[in-house]
Design a protein around this ligand. Structure first.
Ligand SMILES: [Zn+2]
Length: 310
């Protein structure tokens, strides 16, 4: 256990050294952030302010929320929810541990909600609370941590809706939850999928490009042509968007693995600009090509290139 933590932290240090400034998302002036609400049908909404997309099911007996962005936005998010429901928020799922998806936990607990996450996500959140450089603005309060955790899957029966929360191991992190609103035919992916731009793969905490590519086959099969997919970031997608995204990521993976096989250093790889042709479509938001290359290089050199170089 101790060795695993040391190994994880060694990787974090390497990662931070590899891309010091880019690893930090620049935060906005919170006063200026507005929350938009998009009605996806059957009582499911997507809310967007700053940070990870929020899913909300509004039914009889309460609001079911998936992710909650940053703490300074909680009051605005609650106001946006009160415009679509007079019910309290009863459940909040954290799709994973990153602060832009669960920064408001304590505020929602104080408003009466229960926080739910995968076992592994709670473990990392507890670790983050004890580690000054991780999630520094999220306090040590126990109310920031999920009260309910699960291992493989759990199901909520709320009003007209059946909501399945399903563990998907080691895609964006080691503790990602996929949320399926069954009657509404809506799937929320957390950061396992970004719509329209390069992914973030949290390699020190279990993310894997190979698992991410494989996950898109599962997501495609789970969806039908009408399924609305709420991504971690970006606008609502459909399964063909996911397929196109998977194809892009396969190209990235192939190019990085070829460079590693040729013995290129990370510096040489970045200098070669191997994603220049993909950048106009995928590289103009949140994650730069260099940042992605660093993550994929770290992933493939740490975990090995399981699949043969094609
Ligand atoms: Zn994330």
């Amino acid at each position: 256990m101790i060795f695993r933590q040391i190994a994880a932290w060694a990787l974090v240090l390497v990662t931070l050294i590899a891309f010091p400034a880019k690893a930090q998302i620049e935060l906005p002036d919170w006063e200026t952030v507005k929350i938009s609400t998009e009605n996806l049908g059957h009582g499911v909404y997507m809310l967007q302010g700053f940070g990870g997309n929020i899913g909300a099911y509004v039914g009889q007996g309460g609001v079911f929320l998936v992710d909650n962005e940053y703490a300074p936005l909680s009051a605005k998010i609650m106001a946006a929810l009160s415009a679509i429901s007079d019910q309290p928020v009863r459940f909040v799922v954290n799709t994973h541990w990153h602060r832009d998806h669960r920064g408001g936990n304590e505020n929602f607990v104080n408003a009466g909600a229960m926080i739910i996450a995968h076992d592994e996500t709670r473990r990392i959140m507890a670790l983050a609370q004890q580690t000054p450089d991780m999630q520094s603005e999220i306090g040590p309060s126990i109310q920031n941590l999920p009260a309910i955790t699960y291992d493989k899957a759990m199901t909520f029966h709320l009003g007209e809706e059946i909501i399945e929360v399903r563990y998907v191991p080691n895609v964006h992190t080691s503790g990602d939850s996929l949320v399926i609103f069954k009657n509404a035919n809506i799937i929320q992916t957390g950061d396992m999928y970004f719509n329209g731009f390069y992914p973030f793969i949290d390699v020190p905490f279990g993310g894997s490009i190979d698992n991410m590519i494989a996950f898109y086959d599962d997501l495609y099969a789970l969806a039908d042509a009408d399924t609305k997919i709420i991504p971690g970031h970006g606008s609502v997608a459909n399964r063909e968007d996911v397929r196109a995204y998977q194809n892009m990521l396969k190209v990235v993976r192939t190019r990085v693995s070829r460079a590693i096989a040729k013995g290129l250093s990370l510096e040489d790889l970045n200098a070669a600009k191997p994603l220049a042709d993909l950048d106009p479509e995928w590289g103009d938001n949140l994650i730069t090509a260099d940042w992605l290359l660093n993550m994929v290089y770290a992933d493939l050199t740490t975990h090995g290139m399981k699949a043969a170089v094609k």
